[in-house]
Design a protein around this ligand. Structure first.
Ligand code: 3HC
Ligand code: NAI
Length: 691
């Protein structure tokens, strides 16, 4: 055995050389791995071995380039040197894959002459998720082995494919039971049968009959999903190059486009987000040995908009759910919505009709809270009313078994006050899902003053298990996400009175990359949420719209008027008149408002509030705020989230604009956060700020 570098060694199993990579946790291609690969192939080629197997220790094959190296100076050797050594080796090289062969890892495997993998292995080029493209020849090799259509799908989604699919499309040559034995046996066969030393770069057979319309059709198909992102388009251009140019020229094109992306802000933002999402799972001060409660059964109170969606999350991963409503009619209605949602997914091919029945079978409905007695976790999702929530938590306290976690899905209320209604405030926690709860990935986990480590660990862990992105935060009105949203709402409302059309405000935010603006969002949620006809006094535009029968999308009329068939939204002169008349009564002078002003007045109060949230230690770190906004509200990931975006603009400029609006418009939400001022003077940044 020869240790070639700190992470790579060379072994021999009789006539077969085995290059072993061990660079935990994911065998990323750090410089010492690249060096080890280069030396390993060189040594093995000089040795008496007849073939070479490349295999990895630990949980996975190489999962890509070492992302932490991207910000530093490139260290030799380059990956290409190691890849060239493999591809041009005079002895067969076989890559043996378990876990995930991702990014640079798959690109290394594509330079072997053959690939074998275990049944559970997966293969992908996820660079697009980091705002990049596979820059180590992957864009030219993958289409040559899978064909252009498959490569388009894999490279623009970044999602890995399983071993059977990889075998079917030619990406791997064999599925083996025992990885090392199987790979060694394959290597011996390659030698005995004198199998050719296949270099993917030399192949063109699968590209020959690529239909010319493939690329534009594909672009049209993903346009909505990838709006604003540069990397998907760049990946497509590389595959076009693979089809239209020879390998070397294609490689040059790949390098040019890779450099463009690598030096741009989008990939920096997306790489930042990769680590931000993982950092959010780390809770300082939480003892590592804290054992979460095992959630064998989950209870949900309220089968309305949120309760039904929350129940689906648990049923989707096989956890039985008891859902309790206040009366049979509400229960039946709620369960019917859940079934309809599942059936819609099945109709689109997302799940089978058997899955629908299995999942519905896991959800049992009741009107008796006594059925929560055997639940390990109960999530309350009734109306947003403190008195109601307190009386419910007092009842839960009497019913639920000792050790059960009691969670509220409240979107803004005080978890401490809710917990005070129980004799076990340590078991009470906020689990704030976002609507639609079965779709949105965000989960704010809200820790009260008395919430135990066990409750926090349980909520974070179960959140992950049901496929959410949990972020821990503290108690304040609206927590992280909604508290910032409220600030945007104040300015948006002011601007429509000052003269901006609601559709203009929405358009500016849509163009910025958000899925919709505040007025389209209000129409979607329903303008009458929290509105009471008996107390309505025409005090806001929203009240006025409700009073004139405009309830939002649900009745086809809100800030916009909706086409009954297509649901297309059109600005309505009647709404403009209502707003203008209201502004006149208020003595507000109307004027032209520029798009830049709209953007600044919507987004800077959010940044300011995010900073206040950080200095009050409601959020643990600036990047957590970004994770909330990207997953909860669809803030464009390619800008990194509101904190990273503000850093990109420059905090000095942000502070100057906030101070400008504080002096011209005023209001508490414009009073600048002392944290921003501090960071300006220290040249610090919001996105890296940690409490
Ligand atoms: N570089 C550096 N660190 C990495 C890494 C990478 N490529 N991939 C994962 N890590 C780190 C994570 O930050 C995490 O660190 P932490 O424990 O300190 O938080 C640790 O490894 C474990 O990662 P996960 O928590 O994500 O582990 P999982 O088991 O859930 O997932 C995985 C494993 C599927 C490999 C997942 O980590 C992943 O998707 N990694 C990124 C893969 C990727 O994007 N590869 C392409 C890189 S770009 C590239 O290759 C460019 C090339 O074309 C030139
Ligand atoms: P909803 O009105 O759609 O559903 C509430 C359900 O609770 C109704 O079906 C009602 O019959 C039931 N209910 C009321 N009192 C009950 C009782 N005593 N026992 C059993 N069931 C009872 O409300 P929605 O939108 O689902 O909101 C629920 C909670 O989730 C609220 O706290 C809300 O603030 C929060 N939330 C709402 C979001 C949204 O976008 N709708 C987003 C995130 C949180």
């Amino acid at each position: 055995m020869t240790q070639l570098s700190q992470s790579v060694r060379l072994d021999f199993e009789d006539d077969i050389a085995i290059i072993r990579v061990e660079n935990p946790p994911v065998n990323a291609l750090s410089f010492h791995v690249r060096q080890g690969l280069l030396d390993g192939v060189t040594e093995a080629e000089k040795s008496d071995a007849t073939a070479i197997v490349l295999i990895c220790e630990g949980r996975t094959f190489i999962a890509g380039a070492d992302i932490t190296e991207f910000s530093g100076k490139p260290q030799p050797p380059s990956l290409q040197e190691a890849q060239d050594a493999m591809e041009n080796c005079s002895k067969p090289v076989i890559a043996a894959v378990h876990g995930t062969a991702l990014g640079g890892g798959l690109e290394v495997a594509l330079c072997a002459h053959y690939r074998v993998g275990v049944t559970s292995s997966q293969y992908g080029l996820p660079e697009v998720k980091l705002g990049l493209l596979p820059g180590a020849g992957g864009t030219q090799r993958l289409p040559r082995i899978t064909g252009a259509a498959k490569a388009l799908q894999m490279m623009t989604s970044g999602d890995p494919i399983p071993a059977d699919e990889a075998l079917a499309c030619g990406l791997i040559d064999e599925i083996v039971d025992d990885l090392e034995q199987g790979a060694v046996a394959f290597a011996r066969r390659a030698v005995s049968e004198q199998m050719p030393l296949l270099r993917i770069r030399d192949r063109n057979d699968k590209l020959a009959d690529t239909p010319p319309s493939l690329f534009d059709d594909f672009r049209a198909g993903i346009a909505r999903k990838t709006r604003g992102f540069l990397a998907p388009e760049y990946n497509i251009r590389c595959i076009e190059a693979a089809v239209n140019l020879d390998f070397e020229d294609g490689l040059k094109r790949e390098q040019e486009l890779f450099r463009d992306l690598m030096t741009g802000t989008q990939s920096k933002a997306q790489q930042y987000y990769f680590f931000a999402e993982r950092a959010a799972l780390k809770i300082p001060g939480l003892p590592k040995e804290t054992e979460p409660v095992d959630i064998a059964r989950c209870g949900i109170l309220g089968a309305g908009t949120m309760g039904g969606g929350i129940a689906m999350n648990f049923a989707n991963v096989g956890i039985p759910v008891t859902i309790v409503e206040r009366d049979q009619e509400s229960l039946d209605r709620g369960l019917a919505v859940v079934r309809a949602n599942y059936e819609r997914t099945a109709a689109r091919g997302g799940i089978t009709s058997d899955d629908v029945e299995t999942r519905m079978g896991l959800i049992s409905g009741s009107t008796d809270m006594g059925n929560f007695a055997d639940c390990d976790l109960v999530i309350e999702a009734v109306f947003e009313n403190m008195d109601l929530k307190k009386s419910i938590f007092a009842e839960l306290d009497a019913i639920c078994k000792s050790g059960a976690i009691l969670a509220s899905n409240t979107s803004a209320l005080d978890i401490n006050e809710i917990a005070s209604a129980t004799s076990r405030p340590e078991a009470v926690i906020g689990m704030h899902f976002f609507s639609p709860a079965n779709v949105m990935k965000m989960l704010e986990v809200v820790r009260g003053d008395a919430t135990s480590d066990i409750a926090i660990t349980t909520a974070m862990k179960i959140g992950r298990s049901i496929g959410k992105t949990p972020v821990l935060c503290g108690v304040c009105h609206g927590f992280v996400g909604n508290r910032m949203l409220f600030m945007r709402g104040i300015e948006a409302e002011k601007m429509i009175l000052e003269g901006a059309a609601p559709s203009r405000v929405d358009q500016v935010l849509f163009d910025f990359g958000l899925p919709m603006g505040p007025f389209a969002m209000s129409d979607l949620a329903g303008l009458d949420i929290g509105w009471d006809e008996t107390t309505s006094s025409g005090a806001t535009v929203r009240e006025l719209l409700c009073e004139s029968g405009r309830r939002g999308q649900k009745n086809g009329r809100g800030y916009y008027t909706y086409d009954p068939d297509t649901r297309a939204a059109t600005p309505d002169p009647e709404v403009e008149e209502i707003i203008a008349a209201f502004a006149e009564r208020q003595g507000i002078e109307r004027r032209e408002i520029s798009d830049q002003e709209i953007l600044e007045r919507c987004l800077y109060p959010m940044v300011n509030e995010g900073a206040k949230i950080l200095s009050e230690e409601i959020a643990i770190r600036g990047s957590d705020v970004d994770v909330v906004w990207i997953n909860g509200y669809g803030w464009p990931m390619y800008t990194g989230g509101p904190m990273f975006w503000a850093d990109t603009i420059g905090l000095e400029e942000v502070a100057e604009r906030i101070n400008h609006y504080a002096s011209t418009i005023g209001g508490a939400h414009w009073s600048i956060s002392p944290l921003i001022e501090q960071l300006v003077s220290e040249q610090g940044s919001l996105s890296t700020y940690t409490n």
